[in-house]
Design a binder for this molecule. Structure first.
Ligand SMILES: C[S@@+](CC[C@H](N)C(=O)[O-])C[C@H]1O[C@@H](n2cnc3c(N)ncnc32)[C@H](O)[C@@H]1O
Length: 220
């Protein structure tokens, strides 16, 4: 695929499809993820990074006090649909193109890292989480929401059949992966600092499994 086509595909077609699939239950889950973005120190503004912003469907859920956001994604520019949502929120964006592993930031840079529906697309999930851990400040939080199958359940037949095609059209998204706590605990986060909830997204669980969301806190 040419570079211009793949960029058009990702930022127009795919991000447009993500908008269509942003159901009430997904919006509710995004709202719950952002309940963990809390900041009590009024003398300092926290530094926040979102990885893989896509259509910017998380942007309406950032609290009012967030006025500045760092963004890292495969796209060379901040994606157009996200740009519109950032403008509606009056957010100042600092965007960098990056691969998921090898983020262009120093160690201990951010108070929060947000990455939703990204782990399904990265080749090495533990390497991605390790990179998030590296750029978080001690005490900082990684806010996540990802779909995966529960270890105790087996995929539906429909899901197995659709998986290879889905991976091709959905930017590498794998729908057969299972949730694994070790992705976090082998990447620097302690088990006691990992807070995970699990829900069925209405309408999609037959295809993508469950949604796991919550946060992991880097040790002080
Ligand atoms: C399902 S979308 C999620 C977008 C957004 N975070 C959200 O919650 O709506 C998956 C995103 O992962 C990004 N992506 C795909 N492959 C990736 C990779 N290898 N590393 C990082 N991001 C990737 C794509 O750019 C796409 O925007």
């Amino acid at each position: 695929m040419g570079q211009r086509f793949s960029q058009w595909y990702e930022t127009r077609l795919f991000d447009g499809a993500m908008e269509l699939f942003d159901s009430d239950s997904m919006r509710d889950l995004r709202r719950k993820v952002f309940e963990n973005l809390r900041w009590e120190d009024s003398s300092e503004t926290p530094k926040i990074l979102e990885i893989g912003v896509g259509a910017g469907l998380n942007l309406p859920y950032y609290p009012e006090w967030v006025t500045e956001l760092y963004s890292a994604s495969l796209s060379p520019t901040f994606p157009p649909k996200a740009k519109r949502r950032a403008a509606e929120r009056n957010l100042t964006i600092h965007h960098e193109q990056s691969r998921p592993v090898g983020l262009p930031y120093s160690d201990d840079t951010f108070d929060f890292v947000v990455a939703t529906l990204i782990l399904c697309s990265v080749d090495d999930r533990a390497a991605f989480v390790k990179e998030v851990h590296r750029v978080l400040k001690p005490g900082g939080k990684y806010l996540f929401m990802d779909h995966a199958w529960h270890t105790s359940e087996s995929q539906t037949i429909a899901s197995r059949v659709i998986a290879p095609l889905h991976r091709r059209v959905a930017l590498g998204c794998r729908i057969g992966r299972t949730w694994d706590e070790k992705i976090y605990t082998s990447s620097g986060f302690r088990k006691e600092d990992l807070h995970v909830e699990c829900e069925n997204p209405k309408g999609f669980s037959w295809l993508v499994g469950k949604v796991f969301y919550g946060y992991a806190k880097k040790q002080q």
